[in-house]
Design a protein around this ligand. Structure first.
Ligand SMILES: *Cc1c(COP(=O)(O)O)cnc(C)c1O
Length: 370
């Protein structure tokens, strides 16, 4: 194979992992430099009391920076929780679906499906108003095209289905519905109008930092729905009242999210990330579109800029592709078994050069095997 392993600092390779995933080198260096003595504190964030002024400052500035990056209105609460995005699949119906009420879910992939499974465990009705299963989850219907139940308590969807590589690139309309969105794999990758949502949540390990924390942005008035008697760790109101610190929060994960937010701010914010992500994804989609060898999984208008899914003519060629890519310095290109083929995850921190190297590799692999 002629594709070259370009020299990256510290002998790092192009890591296309879907999550946890590539973090900015600058951020990793800052974290490294702070691991013995954070900012003259005399100990690292790993060792610091979460009740110290120092950690309070770290948490407060992470939240303030995120508010600025996303333009989060004042009537939204920002929380760092635990249990991953997956626990939100349960906490949302427990907290925000009044007893006996019904909610709508739009299922465009594997994560949306899991949210329904969890929602079905609690009192109330979960209407699946759209399920893209028939097409093996290769598209996302326009939100405005759906028959939303008039009596729903909220409408739930996944903005980017990480496994299938299907992306919504538009916010819901200002239509009076309480939209709840799992943005785990595309948060901060494109500009969103937060005021269109009742709640946004995201596991931080895709576009924000290392695994451990999950971000929740909740419109204040929805907290009135939280029933009494929930286990405190599963109660949004308790978490809000305690500023995400009812118990020990995932301090290191939050600290590194804060470093990533600062990195984004130094680099033009969300708008600049979005432009870069579009260009990065285009490099790889062009290699797919200009070939009859590779086939994209998602339909063109719903293609993800974060997770690019494609298949090769046979499963064996797919395996060969992944193996040879690895030799050329690119890892984690295997697709999820439900889609097959390959998946290249190229979140904010993934370098544009890596996308170019992959696109070049795809062309030479096709020439040799097509
Ligand atoms: C990764 C992912 C999840 C699950 O996140 P965990 O933090 O592992 O629970 C949920 N939704 C989406 C869209 C994801 O990409």
């Amino acid at each position: 194979m002629s594709a070259t392993i370009t020299s990256q600092p510290y002998g790092r390779i192009y890591n296309f992992s879907a999550g946890p995933c590539t973090l900015p080198v600058e951020v990793l260096e800052e974290a490294r430099d702070s691991i013995m003595n954070w900012n003259g504190f005399g100990a690292s964030v790993l060792e610091m009391s979460h009740r110290s002024k120092a950690f309070e400052g770290i948490l407060d500035s992470a939240i303030a920076d995120l508010r600025e990056l996303m333009g989060i209105p004042a009537n939204y609460k920002v929380l760092f929780l635990q249990g991953g995005a997956s626990l939100q699949f349960s906490m949302i119906p427990m907290n925000l679906r009044p007893e006996g009420a019904s909610v709508d879910h739009i299922v465009t992939g594997a994560w949306g499906k899991k949210s329904v499974e969890a929602s079905n465990l609690y009192g109330g009705k979960t209407n699946v108003i759209y399920d893209a299963k028939e097409s093996n989850y290769n598209h996302a219907p326009a939100l405005t095209s759906l028959a939303i139940s008039p009596d729903n308590s909220y409408v739930y969807f996944t903005s980017n289905e990480t496994i299938q590589g299907v992306n919504y690139l538009a916010d819901p309309a200002n239509d009076g519905n309480v939209w709840i969105c799992d943005m785990s794999s595309d948060i901060l990758s494109r500009e969103v109008n937060v005021s269109r949502y009742g709640m946004i949540f995201a596991g931080v390990q895709k576009n924000m930092g290392p695994a451990g924390a999950v971000l929740a942005i909740i419109r204040e008035d929805l907290l009135e729905r939280v029933p009494s008697g929930l286990p405190p760790m599963l109660d949004y109101k308790v978490m809000v009242e305690n500023g995400s610190m009812y118990n020990t929060p995932p301090c290191w994960s939050i600290y590194m999210c804060g470093l990533v937010y600062k990195w984004m701010m130094r680099n033009g914010g969300v708008a600049a990330m979005e432009a870069k992500n579009e260009a990065k994804a285009k490099l790889i989609y062009d290699a797919i579109d200009n070939s009859s060898f590779y086939k994209g999984h998602a339909v063109a208008q719903n293609r993800s800029r974060m997770n690019i899914t494609f298949t090769l003519p046979t499963e064996d060629l797919g395996k060969k592709f992944v193996a040879e890519a690895k030799e050329a310095g690119m890892i984690e290109l295997n697709g999820h078994r439900s889609v097959g083929g390959c998946r290249a995850s190229v979140y904010n921190a993934f370098p544009v050069e890596g996308c170019q190297v992959l696109a070049d590799f795809m062309r030479s692999f096709e020439a040799a095997n097509g």
